[in-house]
Design a protein around this ligand. Structure first.
Ligand SMILES: CC(C)(COP(=O)(O)OP(=O)(O)OC[C@H]1O[C@@H](n2cnc3c(N)ncnc32)[C@H](O)[C@@H]1OP(=O)(O)O)[C@@H](O)C(=O)NCCC(=O)NCCS
Length: 135
């Protein structure tokens, strides 16, 4: 496996493969594409020519970065690909010295916090209350 850091311009060649990663029951492919196109960086994993996983970073390159849509193609899960993507994503944010790097886990899988703990994330309730604008 190898990993690459792409931008909204350099993902165009990989549009179809990226959209295949997205579970259409969770997110419409056109919405995922809109998110990808407007992300600051997209980390992608390849096995040979095949794109097998990705994550997205949205960041101001100084104070904060949010990581979204850590996705591995179903046939390649449980083989360390997700961990590899997270390692690269975290390394990149650390190299850029971004102060606060965060993510929100999908509540449908109780093991996801442990997955992210392995990449150095912790649950932090000390910075105030997480709030979201209502519909
Ligand atoms: C979450 C996801 C990216 C993990 O990728 P992956 O390549 O399967 O993960 P890895 O093989 O690197 O696993 C790393 C660790 O995560 C945990 N883990 C991964 N899959 C797991 C599962 N199905 N059940 C329990 N723990 C699991 C294990 O602790 C594993 O460590 P181990 O190999 O030492 O046991 C992948 O399952 C996925 O794409 N899921 C669907 C999308 C999703 O839910 N994304 C997260 C949104 S917050």
């Amino acid at each position: 496996m190898y990993l690459k850091i792409l931008t909204s311009k350099t993902i165009l060649d990989h549009k179809e493969s990226l959209l295949e990663l997205c579970d259409p029951l969770k997110k419409r492919p056109k919405d995922y594409w809109k998110s990808l196109k407007n992300s600051t960086y997209i980390i992608v994993a390849f096995k040979g020519e095949k794109l097998i996983g990705a994550s997205r970073i949205v960041t101001d390159m100084y104070m904060c970065a949010m990581i979204f849509d850590v996705l591995v193609a179903p046939d390649y899960r449980g083989k360390g690909v997700g961990s590899g993507i997270m390692e690269k994503t975290v390394k990149f944010c650390r190299e850029k010295q971004i102060k606060n790097v965060s993510l929100v886990t999908d509540p449908s899988h109780s093991w996801l916090p442990d997955f992210y703990r392995k990449s150095g994330f912790t649950v932090d309730n000390s910075r105030g209350t997480y709030m979201i604008l209502g519909k």
